[in-house]
Design a protein around this ligand. Structure first.
Ligand code: P1T
Length: 390
């Protein structure tokens, strides 16, 4: 696994991209066209209508397929559009097993859309305990859905073991690899079937696009996804595909910088009096630190922690930081802070949130690539201001 990572620095710059055949342009042009001329009905140069295929989107899709070691990629208008289209693969009345710590919008899509529109049944489990997985499998189970690291609790699940349990039952294994990116981990190499991304995050990396990606492992799945992408039509625009492609070129450099800063910040927070507990897979105190070390190249840029305080203290802290902008989303070069219970995970009912540990004093940081000392000073002054309400 880890030896493959060496060529990713080259892949992020070249995969799926060749100089433009008509002009020699080194950068993939933005093919801003909805349709393509045909010589005779049905005779064209590989493109007929941009929902079905567009050269700029194609370049991004090929790039992501290579980065994730898959056979084909598909680019969508958002991460949730990508998730929704993957769930369309399962047909009606399917049973799926999902991690109980997932992005709130994914939970909402499962609970409030797919349960109604596709009679989907979902069992939520803690994938840290694989007996829960074995017990949850039913004859009608069609798919397993995991995020690792999870949003927002940064739990790590063993992708290889999950895939091995699913395989004899012919259950499709799907990993939302948004937090890790293919630089840190490649789920298909661990035996998973499908990778999903919110490309809005680290892949694009500059907080100026909303986008989603799906990568599949087999040609059979690729054919089905190609049909579904065109049939449902929630595709990424050529301009946004261009921006994501450009962002990916610096993915390796950015992920290294995010991971380095996040480790320093996690260590700083761990010794702070106003912090109860830090969740970062790179810390020895993290429950799955050794699994994270084995499965990931580094530990990424997301850090969550429990403040010693209540909701008011948490609000005060998030309002007090100056470099860490109070905002949803993650994975951009700039640092962000948020309160999952009120922001990204508000669509999960409070009793369920609290049961899983998404409490009012849980803070999530998306650590950017600014100077680490500046970021630490900012958190320090925010934590001091928080004392005023406790
Ligand atoms: O926002 P969108 O591009 O549609 O992606 C949805 C999504 C899917 N998967 C994961 C792991 C995510 O974190 C997200 C979006 N998350 C946020 C906006 C957030 O702040 O957590």
């Amino acid at each position: 696994m880890k030896s493959d990572q060496q060529k990713i620095s080259t892949q992020v710059i070249h995969a799926g991209q060749a100089p433009d055949p008509t002009t020699g342009a080194v950068m993939t042009p933005i093919y801003a066209t909805s349709t393509f001329v045909q010589k005779s009905p049905g005779v064209h140069q590989g493109y007929e209508y941009s929902r079905s295929g567009n050269p700029t989107r194609d370049a991004l899709e090929k790039c992501m397929a290579e980065l994730e070691d898959g056979v084909a990629g598909f680019a969508y208008a958002s991460g949730l559009a990508a998730t929704s289209n993957v769930l369309d693969l399962l047909g009606g009345g399917a049973h799926i097993i999902s991690g109980n710590d997932i992005y709130g919008g994914t939970y909402r899509l499962l609970e409030q859309v797919k349960k109604v529109s596709a009679a989907l049944e979902v069992t939520y489990i803690d994938f840290q305990d694989l007996d829960q997985l074995r017990e949850a499998i039913r004859p009608e189970t069609k798919a397993i859905w995991v995020e690792t690291p999870t949003n927002p609790l940064l739990q790590i699940y063993d992708l290889e073991k999950i895939a091995a349990i699913a395989r004899p039952h012919k259950i499709l294994t799907i990993c939302d690899n948004t937090f890790a990116t293919p630089y840190l981990q490649k789920p298909l190499a661990f035996g998973f079937d499908i990778v999903v991304h919110s490309a809005t995050k680290y892949l694009n990396g500059h907080s100026d696009v909303v986008a989603g990606i799906v990568v599949v492992k087999t040609l059979e799945m690729a054919e089905k996804m190609k049909f579904l992408q065109n049939a449902v039509g929630s595709i990424l625009s050529p301009f946004d595909a261009f921006l994501v492609l450009r962002g990916i070129k610096t993915l390796v450099l950015r992920m290294r910088a995010h991971s380095e800063n996040a480790m320093k910040i996690a260590r700083f927070l761990e010794q702070h009096d106003n912090v109860k507990h830090v969740l970062y897979p790179g810390l020895k105190s993290h429950k799955q630190h050794s699994l994270a070390k084995a499965q990931m190249l580094d530990f990424g840029g997301m850090v969550s922690f429990y403040l010693r305080g209540d909701l008011d203290a948490a609000k005060k802290f998030t309002e007090s930081t100056r470099l860490f902008a109070l905002a949803e989303s993650l994975g951009g070069v700039e640092s962000l802070v948020e309160l999952p219970a009120i922001m990204t995970h508000a669509s999960i009912p409070a009793n369920i949130r609290n049961q899983y540990g998404i409490s009012d004093n849980l803070i999530r940081l998306s650590v950017g690539i600014e100077d680490a000392d500046d970021l630490i000073n900012d958190l320090d002054q925010g934590l001091k201001q928080m004392n005023e309400v406790t």
